[in-house]
Design a protein around this ligand. Sequence first.
Ligand code: MG
Length: 286
Amino acid sequence: MTASMPKLTPPAEPAQLNLCLQWGAIPGGEINEKLDFLEANGFNAVEIPSGDWPIQNCDAMLKAMEARNLSIATACGPSDFSYAEPERREAEVQKHLPTIEALGALGSVGLVLCPARGKVPMGFKELREDFVTNTGKRLAEHAVKHGTSIVLEPLRRNETPFLRQVADGARIAADIGPGATVMGDFWHMGGEETSFMGAFICAGDLLSHVHVAGLKERIVPGVHPEADNYVDGFRGLKMIGYRGAISLEGGWPKDPDDPTKPISQDKKIRLMRNMVELLREQWAEA
Ligand code: MG
């Protein structure tokens, strides 16, 4: 019955497609070369490494970003807050604090974090409580102070049984409060969600970042066009007025001309341009 259907409030500002690459995937050696490539090839955002990188490259990056039509999305790198020993969890918190400060100075969306990976030493209930009230909470508070956020990334169950769904990540972020957000990675979502659109709607305003890869193989989208359909997910992003980045996190296919050799840079660039075209078409269709 239509009368009992839930109503969605249309977003105040319409959604916007901001395609993005991770630092390591961008052709070019030094900072300006990479940023030039992004601007020349239809990308609007850049995803940087985490750890010491934002600290060491903060000034150079700020200078290189001047007068460009690019924004700094998230910083992505390893994290784990599920150690049985409290002092190891504390060391993990301390490790990320200066990175968060640099991300704030850079105007970055935030630091991607996975609360747990692999075999989880803590009990799930204990880990959730500790992350929401202690480790994750303190990092989120630090992020707010510096004008950025922490971004929880749900993974597939073989990578982490603890956080696998966008709705669960959004609930954890909401329980932490200001400074905590969630992201969706199409690759992980393909294995864990029943609906891309539903998952993004569940995240709503808390969604701050998106990763994209092929849905059949975790490589650049477009190599298996029959499988790489993001229209349903993009509809969800449009419904919530998503204006963050959609960033490629995936590898490369084998060189079709010689599968024994790594694929050439020229071919990678062609595949990236093909991806931009495919994602733009699907965004328009959504
Ligand atoms: Mg990811």
